[in-house]
Design a protein around this ligand. Structure first.
Ligand SMILES: Nc1ncnc2c1ncn2[C@@H]1O[C@H](COP(=O)(O)OP(=O)(O)OP(=O)(O)O)[C@@H](O)[C@H]1O
Length: 718
């Protein structure tokens, strides 16, 4: 039986599958069959060694990857119980559902996504009289994330009651403190956890409740983590902790594909795994099954230009002499037309459009292509834009469902006046004040004041009656029925019909269909709470694949995917690499991104760029990533004019020198500028925690700021 399972695997894959005990690191090059190794390993543990699936944790990068893996494993082990195959977030939610009661939180706590966070910030900004000239939501979200990473905020919010928390933000000395504590207050009020909290709460519970930690450690006899090159410090901590009893931790990743450093990923964890676990065994998988030889040679040639890496070269298994094509154009319009013409040629060869992908660095690049594709009648799907679950109508309706379960302020704020119930700004201000004074939710505030003159002429009563009605009956109905009924009873669907919002109605129909599918596939875990929890974890990376159309997406979205024909376009200085890249480290990450893009191609890789001027007035030279590839591996459709080529090389050389300067380590007494905290001076450097101790001009006390945060050098002062 083991033979059948191991059939079709190469030697390294067999090693990865059968080395089940201890700490194992697999450095797996692009297209070397990681997914195959992981699924077979899971199956081997279950079918050959008799390990229960429920004792195996297998962490993937996206929900989509988890679902894909579950499907394959289910097929191989012939059982529906696939244990814990999920993302870190998904796993944390499962732990919290079982354990969060020790923190006196309800089992059905609320998970809030980025849209909800923005909604909370809106309220805070409004109340504090702030606007985008003071701060942007994104800088504040970053500030909150950084503080949550660094400060023991959890101990603080758990031990502090709401009144004290309130006092804290009301009396805060700096605006940032006020916003931060107010945000924590708003969260605590409705037991809401944002994405960063999920892992922080789990770690907190494990650190403070030895018996719970031990329970999970014992349960998870085998821990596997995919895409380990992109784990954050907290994810690393969790992997280490969970495998702390059985000591079976299997990690797979490709350091050359680390593309999420900007989100906290740290490639050091995979690079130093053997130092952290001296007994660790390393397996290198470098046979590439995906791409034709020229694609591999070009990609190897590109990534070799990175200095900070483990040396490894992909070896192509496929045989075919298909060139990598590069074309340089005078305008983006011409670039798009050239790509459209290539697509038509591919199509004429009987290849369907879904086998073709257009990859780009940033969303804005897609516009010129779309225009040409529409003109040329080429069907395409863009994997971006506003994510399905964040579209207005979808979010509105989900907030109605959330009101039934949680009656939280975020949902209340969003839908109490949609459709119009005459509860406008004045009445909302009253409710907020009342809720603040009585330490209750806005919904409770409305319920308490329905008889007040201020609310007599509103439809507040209908609203609370509606929510109360569904609170009574939702458990007896299917989620799809609750949804249809509440859309009808609330007048929401009628509102869209009156406004002639066909696209929004179509989206609602799609939502109903997806709930219907969920009910048919979810088995026992099919309650409204389960459903809301599941979709709250959806991200842009989990979108549905579409019919026969060209697939257009950013390279980050394309991670882990493969397509027979790949176009990487907009390969220009200022676009890719992006003009925001200002240090050598970031440039190495940008090069890894190009490497991820190139290695998505199975059959043919097309590279292109177009001349022009960037927004900041800089010239769009052909990208250094083109020059990084040995010319023998690419077929230039036109030779670059020698003047253009030499100007481009000169520009790139100067730019690299500038980045080297920017990358120089900051020293004690250097003056710096932080994007949120402003001007400050470095007082100390803490290499243990990889951070600078900085005294900011606007703050009483010092802050430890991670090396990862970009600080502008602003001089030196002894
Ligand atoms: N032993 C093998 N024999 C033949 N084909 C294989 C083998 N292993 C993997 N493949 C094929 O190689 C391709 C790449 O595999 P997979 O998607 O698992 O790569 P990966 O390592 O996850 O890639 P990446 O990190 O670039 O996303 C797939 O089409 C897979 O079917």
């Amino acid at each position: 039986m083991a033979d059948t399972l191991l059939n079709g695997l190469n030697e390294e894959q067999i090693q990865a599958v059968t080395a089940t005990e201890g700490y194992i690191r697999v450095i797996a090059g692009a297209g070397s069959g990681k997914t195959r190794a992981l699924t077979h390993r899971f199956t081997y543990l279950v079918n050959e060694l008799g390990i229960a699936a429920s004792n195996i944790l297998c962490v993937t990068f996206t929900n989509k990857a988890a679902n894909e893996m579950k499907k394959r494993i289910r097929y191989m082990i012939g059982d529906n119980d696939t244990g814990f195959i999920c993302t870190f977030h998904g796993f944390c939610v499962q732990v919290l559902k079982e354990e969060i009661h020790v923190l006196n939180y309800p089992k059905n706590f609320l998970i809030i996504d980025t849209e909800d966070v923005t909604a909370i910030l809106h309220t805070i900004f409004e109340d504090m009289g702030l606007n985008s000239r003071n701060y942007t939501f994104s800088t504040i979200t970053d500030m909150i994330a950084v503080r949550k990473e660094k400060e023991p905020y959890l101990a603080y919010i758990l031990e502090t009651n709401n009144d004290v928390l309130k006092e804290k933000f009301l009396t805060a000395e700096s605006k940032e403190d006020a916003i931060f504590y107010r945000y924590l207050y708003e969260q605590k009020k409705c037991y809401a956890l944002d994405f960063d909290d999920l892992i922080n709460y789990v770690l907190y519970i494990f650190e403070n409740h030895e018996e719970i930690k031990l329970k999970w450690q014992k349960k998870l006899e085998y821990v596997m983590v995919d895409e380990f090159q992109d784990v954050s410090p907290k994810q690393y901590m969790l992997s280490k902790l969970l495998s702390g009893y059985h000591h079976n931790l299997f990690i797979v990743g490709d350091p050359d594909q680390t593309i999420y450093s900007w989100r906290g990923a740290n490639v050091e964890f995979i690079l130093n795994f053997d130092k952290a676990f001296p007994t660790a065994k390393t397996i290198i998988m470098n046979k590439n099954y995906r791409s034709t030889p020229n694609i591999i040679q070009a990609s190897n040639s590109l990534i070799e230009k990175n200095k900070r890496r483990i040396e490894k070269s992909l070896v192509p298994i496929k045989q075919a002499d298909i060139p990598v094509i590069y074309n340089h154009m005078k305008t983006t319009q011409l670039e798009a037309e050239w790509i459209a013409a290539q697509i038509k040629k591919i199509q004429e060869g009987g290849i369907s459009l879904k086998n073709i992908a257009i990859l780009y660095r940033s969303h804005f690049v897609s516009r010129s292509f779309e225009e040409v594709f529409i003109k040329e009648n080429i069907k395409y799907t863009i994997y971006s834009g506003i994510e399905f679950y964040k579209r207005k109508e979808i979010k509105d309706v989900l907030c109605y469902l959330r009101m039934i379960l949680y009656s939280d302020d975020i949902s209340f704020n969003r839908i109490v006046n949609i459709p119009k119930r005459n509860i406008g700004e004045k009445r909302m201000t009253f409710l907020k004040e009342y809720a603040g004074n009585h330490s209750c939710s806005l919904y409770q505030a409305l319920q308490d004041n329905l008889e007040d003159n201020l609310f007599k002429k509103t439809n507040g009563k209908d609203f609370t009656a509606l929510i109360e009605k569904y609170k009574q009956l939702y458990e007896e109905k299917k989620i799809s029925e609750v949804l249809s009924d509440i859309l009808n009873d609330s007048g929401y669907e009628a509102l869209l019909r009156t406004d002639g919002e066909q696209e929004r109605l179509d989206n609602l129909a799609e939502l109903k269909q997806s709930i219907f599918d969920y009910e048919n596939s979810a088995g026992e875990e099919c309650t409204l709470a389960d459903y809301l929890e599941k979709i709250s974890l959806f991200t842009n990376l989990d979108q549905k694949e579409n019919s026969d159309s060209v697939q257009m997406m950013t390279i980050h979205t394309a991670k882990g995917l493969e397509f027979p024909y790949v176009f990487v376009c907009g390969l220009n200085e200022g676009i890719f690499p992006s003009k925001h890249i200002d240090t050598s480290d970031k440039m190495e990450e940008e090069r890894r991104l190009a490497y991820v893009a190139f290695t998505r191609a199975e059959n043919t890789l097309f590279l292109s760029d177009a001349e022009g001027v960037n927004y900041d007035g800089s010239y769009r030279y052909p990208s250094r990533f083109i020059f990084n590839i040995e010319k023998t591996y690419i077929n230039y459709m036109v030779e670059l004019e020698s003047r253009l080529a030499s100007d481009a090389r000169m520009y790139i050389q100067l730019n690299e020198q500038k980045m080297e300067q920017n990358s120089r380590c900051l020293a004690i007494n250097d003056l710096v500028e932080h994007h949120v905290f402003g001007k400050g001076k470095i007082l100390d450097i803490n290499h243990d925690t990889s951070s600078y101790v900085i005294k900011f001009e606007n703050m009483e006390t010092t802050r430890n700021i991670s090396f990862k945060i970009m600080l502008e050098y602003a001089g030196h002062e002894e």
